[in-house]
Design a protein around this ligand. Structure first.
Ligand code: TTP
Ligand code: MG
Length: 355
C-alpha cells in the first residue's frame, strides 16, 4: 500500500499555557481554566501542576476546587485562543495544505508530499514545534506515523513538548504493546470492560474475533478490530470539520413559554439525532441558534470532549445553551441545533454518561 507520512500536533495544556504565558503571576501555580468554582461550570483545562491534584477537563469546577483548593481559577479567553490557533495553522501551511483541524489546538497534517520537499516527517515535526514556540512561546507535542490513529496516540505519549515517531516497521509492535487505555477511542468505562475480558494490551485485543468484539462493544467493536491491526485508511481531510449536521424549525407563531420551547427543542433534537445516525458520523460541538421575533439571530456553542450522539445529551446541552440567551424575556420565532466537528471514529459512548 502507498505509504503516507502523517503528523498529529497537539498543544500542551493549551488554554492554561496561554494564561500562564500572559500572566507571570501564575507561574508555578496550579492553574484551572473554567468558570467560577461556585457556579455550575465545568473545567476547560488545567495546567500540569493542577493535574497533579487530579483536576482535568470537563470536571465540575466545584469538584476541581475541592481537589485543589489553592488552584487559581481563570476565565477562558476564547478569542485569544482562536488567534493563536490561526498562528499555528499559518505555520502548518508553510509545509502542506493537507491540514485537518480537530479543535483549536490540534490537527493532522499529511506531509507525504510537502512544499519544502523535506523527506523526513520527523524533521518537519521538529521544525513545526520550534516555529510554534518561537512564534507563540507555547509548546506543542507531535506524533509522527503512517496512519492517523498511531500519530494521534503517539503525540500524547511524551507530553508536554514531546515528539514521538512510530515508523511503519514499528507500527505492529507499537499497537501490540499499547496499553488498552491508551487507545484513542477507548475511555475509562470501555477500558474497564476490556480488562474484565482479559484485554490489557493491543496484543490481547487481537485474540478476539471481529464478531466477538461486536458482540461485546457494538459498532465500536469493529473499529477496535481494525485499528489494532493498523487498518486506518482515513485520509487527512482539510474540509472535514466544515461539515455539520443540523435541524431547525420556524414556528407558526412566535413563542415565549418555556415549556413550549422545551417541547420544540425536543422535536428538533429528535430530527437531528436521526440525521446524525443516518450519516454515521458524530460531532463534539453543539450550536444552538435562536431567532427572536424581530428576526435578530444569535447562536451559542459549546465544544465537548465527547460526541453528541444521543438525543438526551443534545437536549441537555441545548437547554443549558438556552440559558445564555434571552429566553423567556423575548419571543422566539426560530430554534435550531447544529452539531459540527464531525469525526467518523467511534468513541466510547458510555463515557458520556459520566458527565
Ligand atoms: P486538549 O488538547 O484535549 O487538552 P490540553 O491542550 O489542555 O492538554 P493536553 O496537554 O493534554 O493536550 O484540549 C485543548 C483545549 O480545548 C483545552 O486547553 C481546553 C479546551 N477543552 C475544553 O474546553 N473542554 C474539554 O472537555 C476539553 C478536553 C478541552
Ligand atoms: Mg492539547
Amino acid at each position: 500500500m502507498f505509504e503516507r507520512k502523517i503528523i498529529h500536533i497537539d498543544m500542551d495544556a493549551f488554554y492554561a499555557s496561554v494564561e500562564e504565558r500572559d500572566d507571570s503571576s501564575l507561574k508555578g501555580k496550579p492553574v484551572i481554566v473554567s468558570g467560577p468554582p461556585e457556579s455550575r461550570s465545568v473545567v476547560c483545562t488545567a495546567n500540569y501542576e493542577a493535574r497533579k491534584f487530579g483536576v482535568h477537563s470537563a470536571m465540575p469546577s466545584s469538584r476541581a476546587k475541592k481537589l485543589c483548593p489553592e488552584g487559581v481559577f481563570v476565565y477562558p479567553r476564547f478569542s485569544v485562543y482562536k488567534n493563536i490557533s490561526l498562528e499555528i495553522h499559518e505555520i502548518f501551511h508553510q509545509y502542506t495544505d493537507l491540514v485537518e483541524p480537530l479543535s483549536l489546538d490540534e490537527a493532522y497534517l499529511d506531509v507525504t508530499m510537502n512544499f519544502r520537499n523535506i523527506s523526513s516527517a520527523t524533521k518537519i515535526a521538529r521544525d513545526i514545534k520550534e516555529k510554534i514556540f518561537s512564534k507563540t512561546k507555547l509548546t506543542a507535542s507531535a506524533g509522527v506515523a503512517g496512519i492517523k490513529f498511531i500519530a494521534k496516540v503517539a503525540s500524547n505519549m511524551n507530553k508536554p513538548n514531546g515528539l514521538t515517531v512510530v515508523t511503519p516497521e514499528q507500527a505492529e509492535r507499537f499497537l501490540e504493546e499499547l496499553k488498552i487505555g491508551k487507545f484513542y477511542g477507548i475511555g475509562a468505562v470501555t477500558e474497564k470492560k476490556m480488562l474484565s475480558l482479559g484485554i490489557k494490551t493491543g496484543k490481547d485485543l487481537k485474540e478476539f474475533t471481529k464478531l466477538d468484539l461486536i458482540k461485546h462493544f457494538g459498532k465500536s467493536g469493529s473499529f477496535y478490530y481494525h485499528i489494532v491491526r493498523g487498518e486506518d485508511f482515513r485520509e487527512v481531510n482539510p474540509y472535514r470539520n466544515r461539515k455539520s449536521i443540523g435541524a431547525e424549525n420556524t414556528f407558526p407563531v412566535d413563542i415565549l413559554d418555556i415549556n413550549r420551547i422545551y417541547h420544540e427543542l425536543d422535536e428538533i433534537a429528535e430530527v437531528l439525532i436521526s440525521r446524525i445516525k443516518k450519516s454515521s458520523s458524530k460531532g463534539k460541538t453543539i450550536t444552538l441558534k435562536v431567532k427572536y421575533a424581530n428576526f435578530e439571530s444569535i447562536s451559542r456553542s459549546f465544544t465537548h470532549r465527547f460526541f453528541f450522539d444521543t438525543k438526551e445529551i443534545i437536549l441537555d446541552y441545548a437547554k443549558s445553551l438556552l440559558k445564555q440567551t434571552e429566553v423567556e424575556r423575548r419571543k422566539i420565532r426560530l430554534l435550531g441545533i447544529t452539531i459540527s466537528g464531525l469525526d467518523e471514529i467511534y468513541e466510547d459512548e458510555t463515557q458520556l454518561k459520566l458527565f
